[in-house]
Design a protein around this ligand. Sequence first.
Ligand code: NAD
Length: 420
Amino acid sequence: MSEDVNPFESLQEQVDDAAAYLDIGEDTLERLKNPERVLETNLSVEMDDDSLGVFRAFRSQFNGDRGPYKGGIRYHPGVSRDEVKALSGWMVYKCAVVDIPYGGGKGGIVIDPHEYSESELERITRAFAKELRPLIGVDRDIPAPDVNTGQREMNWIKDTYETLENTTEPGVVTGKAIESGGSRGRVEATGRSTMLTAREAFDLLGKNMAGASVAVQGYGNAGSVAAKLLQDELGANVVAVSDSSGAIHDRAGLDAHEVKEHKNETGSVTGFGSDSAQELTNEELLTLDVDLLVPAALENAIDADLAADVKADVIVEAANGPLTPDADDVLVDRDVYVFPDILANAGGVTVSYFEWVQNRQRFYWTEEKVNDELERHIVEAFEGLVDAYEEHDLPNFRTAAYVVAIERVLSAYEEAGSWP
Ligand code: NAD
């Protein structure tokens, strides 16, 4: 893992790589590479022992040409201004790839949430929601969960916003619990789009997914659901998984559901009890000889050095930004096919969009309808990538995704005209 690669510089490089195939002026390109605004604030919150906790927090609104800003809120000690800016930019291009009417945003608090009680986390989240109130809104900016946040935090943000605004507006955040206006299928959506992208990729490359060996780095929401669906719906053989405590490997196959139950009970995937399972380091997992590797943890998991040792045939990115731009170049040279985050994990924001549509109509869909609509968006987006890849003779599918997305963002910008 490469700590020193700045994810914001990676995003800017990815946009430059795609812009080289398009006719874009320098000034317009700057606009596509920088956020419109970033809120940086300190949250001051009373702790359980009566001391004052102070937490740095950010919200970046990157681009609103295609609709309201949209993107998650991350709680992690590694959150930084540049990380939030990068993640908000990736949201812009992700929403454009799957053609949903949003711009991109992202937020975060510099915090290890495991060190705080539930009531402290509630006060911290409500303090952040209070700071965000002038910026967010159902037609302005719509937060959602990301690493270490989930339904509970979204429910707190919604309640704080609704209380301050004296209204009911469930569509102000997505990723809520069903009873608070959430959508069926939202929890599984990111893993589902990862599975669908892998299915389409194997089909395109003429590879068989049934029995294919799969390694998954990160066993949280995105990784564990992807593993379960690859196993249950496509018959893949999940041979290795990891989390921040380490990795486990079994050539005979791990049961993705049992591993998740073990993680829920013990807090980690390590120590999983099948007789033939061995423990590995995280780096060993990333260089296993498998048909499919799914990075589903954090940014910069694979740098150029590690990419030289990757033995997987195909990588489908469930995490945001798991490969550095230099790793991308190495993998192109080594004929490893990479299917990018802004398509593969777009299921989360796509079903967030369905949740927002349902909230606005106050009319709720069945899980089957959610999954069918999600499949349609991902398959159509995949086909759009393949068309761009062939039409422009592009080096990889990431550049293809950015070409499609940038063209859509630019035409919305140009059609709006400029004011003042
Ligand atoms: P999560 O908190 O549920 O899970 C993260 C997992 O990664 C945990 O199992 C953690 O132990 C593991 N991890 C952390 N560092 C690791 C390391 N160095 N090696 C191996 N494992 C490590 O988070 P999530 O929601 O699953 O998000 C994971 C990634 O997917 C992030 O990049 C996130 O931005 C992206 N993503 C998530 C969603 C969503 O809907 N949840 C949507 C789009 C993108």
